[in-house]
Write a protein that binds this ligand. Structure first.
Ligand SMILES: NC(=O)c1ccc[n+]([C@@H]2O[C@H](COP(=O)([O-])OP(=O)(O)OC[C@H]3O[C@@H](n4cnc5c(N)ncnc54)[C@H](OP(=O)(O)O)[C@@H]3O)[C@@H](O)[C@H]2O)c1
Length: 235
């Protein structure tokens, strides 16, 4: 593969498995140095070990829903990567129950991870982009960010919010050489929720290809959002 990201430094939240892992691997294959996080220390260690033959990869356990944990992860990244050019806000969870059945803990877990976590990480990245001359934030949203469904109250709210946050952040920082895009996938073949894998679903590597496509765009051009769905979903 052409090393078009050689010298670039990227952070991928939730980069230990699924979509985030595929993105981290593609960024490494394109020449970037990459730092990943996940809540489980064992999974972070395993992922870093398995990806290390691809390029410079680092990892630390971090819960993006906890702003102190995020601050500590970004300090770790400063030490290992010496700057940041790309942030992929990918870490996310789903709790699929009706609004009346959702517990307060479940609501907070989803919104704190999928929305507040993106704010915490973006805030850390934006302050660093100032000294790096700019950067790129790519948020992994969902088609659930525009299509509500029964049982999706917390997840829909978090992803609708994420789309609004992404667009406002783009408007706030476009003249600071910061680009912001968000990707809205339909069903992807990962362990997310209780979905699991299936032949008809999007593959994680397809989302990683979209991330690389965004990063290849000339700086003058910004793709704000990408909607992507299985071509032939199960009927
Ligand atoms: N799969 C789909 O069909 C689909 C469709 C549309 C959008 N998405 C979005 O794509 C993103 C990735 O989903 P996926 O399918 O790859 O899920 P996944 O296979 O469950 O992987 C999620 C990753 O995020 C990490 N993570 C979860 N909560 C975290 C937290 N609080 N702090 C830090 N890391 C955390 C997980 O590690 P730990 O568990 O160790 O923390 C793991 O590395 C999510 O934002 C999801 O909403 C998925």
């Amino acid at each position: 593969m052409e090393l078009f990201l050689k010298g670039k430094r990227a952070i991928v939240t939730g980069g230990t498995r699924g979509i985030g892992r595929a993105i981290a691997e593609s960024l490494l294959d394109a020449g970037a140095g990459v730092a990943v996080c996940g809540r489980s220390e064992d999974s972070v260690e395993k992922a870093v070990r398995e990806m290390s033959s691809r390029g410079p990869v680092f990892g630390q356990a971090c819960d993006v829903a906890d702003h102190q944990s995020v601050a500590s992860f970004f300090k770790f990244c400063d030490d290992k990567l010496r700057g940041i050019d790309i942030l992929v806000n990918n870490a996310g969870i789903g709790k699929f129950r009706s609004a009346g059945e959702l517990t307060i803990e479940e609501w907070h877990a989803v919104v704190d991870t999928n929305l507040n976590g993106v704010f915490y990480c973006s805030r850390e990245a934006l302050s660093r982009f100032k000294t790096c001359g700019g950067g790129y934030v790519i948020n992994i949203s969902s088609l659930a960010g525009k299509n509500p469904f029964a049982g999706g109250a917390a997840y829909n709210a978090s992803k609708f919010g994420l789309n609004g946050f992404s667009e406002a952040m783009m408007l706030d920082h476009r003249y600071d050489n910061v680009r912001v895009s968000y990707i809205m996938p339909g069903s992807v073949s990962t362990e997310f929720g209780s979905g699991g894998g299936a032949d008809w679903k999007i593959h994680s590597s397809d989302i990683a290809d979209i991330v690389l496509m965004l990063l290849r765009m000339p700086e003058r051009t910004l793709v704000s959002r990408v909607e992507v769905r299985p071509s032939r979903p199960k009927r």
